[in-house]
Design a protein around this ligand. Structure first.
Ligand code: 3AM
Length: 183
């Protein structure tokens, strides 16, 4: 079984801008800069043959590139936040690309839960902080709410293997799929 997901790799300019945001936030542990990505579809644990079939389906896709734009920061988890992220502008081309990739995975046989796609880049994950730390984090997220990056063209999507280790997740790219530039 292989744990995998599909994501957009981030251009260096975006990665650097996000590293600055991570530095400015009171994060117990930031996602390593080389691990930053925008998840499109989490595939979960798949048998090798199904992953291979899914890869073939992705190879057959002809998708336009997207203009990736980040706008603002946010927390997931409500009153008990467990992650902070940079929000991506949910423009139609990005939503369409995500939908087509999810559809291709389903047609290949992957059992994907119906889940609303909220495009974002996770900057840090943590256990729900005590109230004082939570307020500090919420203030910092609000202060940096004007964060913007891009739009920048992204012309490929990536199939990543995710390995859970005691030090955190390790991501290795298994395949890269070109999208037409100019999007
Ligand atoms: O891009 P983010 O950080 O939001 O949270 C995990 C990460 O998303 C998500 O897949 C991405 C790469 O690990 N993920 C992990 N387990 C998941 C699950 N069971 C999951 N998404 C949905 N269901």
């Amino acid at each position: 079984m292989i744990r995998s997901f599909v994501a957009l790799d981030l251009p260096d300019t975006v990665r650097s801008a996000l590293a600055v945001q991570q530095f400015l936030l009171p994060l117990p542990r930031a996602v390593p800069v080389e691990n930053l990505h925008l998840t499109l579809v989490f595939l979960g644990e798949l048998p090798d043959a199904l992953l291979e079939a899914t890869h073939e389906a992705f190879c057959a896709l002809r998708l336009p590139g997207v203009a990736l734009e980040l706008s603002g920061l946010g927390l997931f988890g409500g009153d008990r936040p467990t992650s902070v992220h940079a929000a991506a502008v949910a423009c139609d081309p990005l939503l369409r690309v995500q939908r087509k990739i999810a559809t291709a995975a389903r047609r290949a046989g992957v059992d994907l839960p119906a889940r609303r796609f909220v495009p974002h880049v996770t900057l840090g994950r943590f256990r729900p902080p005590p109230p004082e730390d939570r307020m500090r984090l919420e203030r910092a997220v609000a202060m940096q709410g004007g964060f913007r990056s891009g739009p920048v063209p992204v012309t490929e999507f990536v199939l990543y293997r995710s390995t859970l280790t005691r030090q955190g997740s390790r991501y290795d790219d298994l395949a890269r799929y070109p999208m037409a530039s100019g999007g």
